[in-house]
Ligand binder design. Structure first.
Ligand SMILES: *Cc1c(COP(=O)(O)O)cnc(C)c1O
Length: 391
């Protein structure tokens, strides 16, 4: 099959909402994949941080297909084992109390937003529903999570947007504390702003905001959709900031490649969503949760240590690479500012040269599978270096 025929067929029947790489992928193993013409790639994207264990990891495929051959779906009208196991692993490893499963990052954030507002409504009544998110954040594409997203470019076309969001200056302690007014029920933040350009929050900032929130009974929501599930070297990134959030959203890497989202509810919010007050048809799907269980099983302490080491290795190599000015990020979530060439053109040429790599704003962004080997890393970095030299 030729790439051109795939591209033309896509154009004829899919909504043209994406600027895709000029690559049509067909199969993969680990951090390697092959396109429809048989060309091979090293993959530093993992499907935007989703394929945590790489393409078609053996244990993961077995867990998923094993469940697929038993029971593919039951709905939330029934008990099924995989969702309970996944929730138990999430709660026991985080100290969070309860889990609500959804199907995507945006949906997980919707759930967290609903829980935060209801917690405040139950306790204080109306008029305390504002959620403070951070400027330059990204929280999803539904009308409400677009509202939560602190970037003006996302507040267009789809008016009217959901009310009750305000945007605080990330990493500006006083500027944020000044906005913790009596109408605020929650602060929502990514520990590393992913789509915003791989911008980490400062430890002191997160600490100060969390402390002020605790004093005012304002909930802390951490959006771990991109940073979670081992990506930054700990199961969730907030662990590295020594805070105990009231609500955590997870998605992307959680399913290892299948659509899933989760709201983790803490001490204060564990009983906030009561009978009939939130729901979903697909959430908690047994096949998807079997995949999540396998990902969670694999992300043990030695594995996470490996993520830290590989992250440090990638970072060091990038920092000394000609054409790269600055490296940001945490663990295996990295951003690179370029000294020449724009990120979009560089990533497109990388693809031509056999490396799949993401961008975020004006940076290159690396979200490789967490199982990336030294050999995969070196081969990908070599392609990147050669590509940068051609600009
Ligand atoms: C990707 C992402 C989302 C949205 O997730 P979807 O699964 O695309 O709905 C939300 N928050 C963050 C931080 C993300 O990176």
């Amino acid at each position: 099959m030729s790439f051109e025929s795939v591209r033309d067929r896509e154009k004829s029947c899919l909504a043209q909402t994406y600027g895709r790489y000029q690559v049509a992928l067909d199969s993969g193993r680990g951090a390697r994949c092959v396109d429809v013409e048989g060309k091979k790639y090293v993959d530093f994207t993992s499907g935007i941080g989703v394929n945590a264990l790489g393409y078609c990891d053996e244990g993961w495929v077995q867990a998923v297909t094993g469940q697929l051959n038993k029971l593919q779906h039951a709905s939330n009208l029934f008990y099924t084992e995989p969702m309970i196991q996944a929730a138990q692993m999430l709660t026991s490893r985080t100290g969070m109390k309860r889990v609500f499963f959804a199907n995507s990052g945006a949906e997980a954030n919707e759930g967290a937003i609903k829980a935060a507002r209801k917690y405040s409504y139950d306790k204080y009544g109306q008029g305390r529903a504002t959620i403070l998110s951070l400027r330059n954040s990204f929280h999803g594409r539904t009308v409400t999570t677009l509202s939560a997203t602190g970037q003006d470019v996302f507040h267009n076309f789809f008016f009217p947007f959901t009310q009750g969001f305000a945007y605080a200056p990330a990493n500006d302690i006083q500027g944020t504390l000044d906005m913790l007014t009596s109408d605020v029920c929650a602060v929502m933040m990514e520990m590393v702003q992913g789509e915003g350009g791989v911008v980490p929050l400062n430890y002191d900032y997160v600490q100060a905001v969390a402390r002020a929130c605790a004093q005012k009974d304002i909930l802390v929501i951490v959006d771990e959709v991109q940073t979670g599930m081992g990506r930054t070297g700990t199961l969730f990134a907030y662990e590295q900031f020594d805070i105990a959030p009231d609500l955590v959203s997870s998605a992307k890497g959680l399913g290892g490649g299948l659509p899933i989202g989760a709201v983790l509810l803490g001490e204060k919010t564990q009983d906030t969503l009561g009978l009939g007050q939130h729901g979903t048809t697909f959430g908690g799907n047994p096949v998807v949760c079997a995949g999540a269980c396998e990902v969670l099983r694999r992300l043990d302490a030695p594995f996470l240590q490996g993520v830290c080491q590989m992250g440090a290795y990638l970072r060091a190599r990038l920092e000394e690479m000609p054409g790269i000015e600055q490296v940001t990020g945490l663990g295996m979530m990295l951003g690179a500012t370029l000294s020449k060439g724009d990120a979009k053109s560089v990533s497109a040429r990388c693809a031509q040269n056999g490396l799949l790599i993401l961008t975020a704003k004006e940076k290159l962004r690396l979200l490789p599978p967490l199982t990336l080997t030294r050999e995969d890393a070196d081969e990908g970095l070599e392609i990147l270096e050669k590509t940068l030299a051609s600009f």
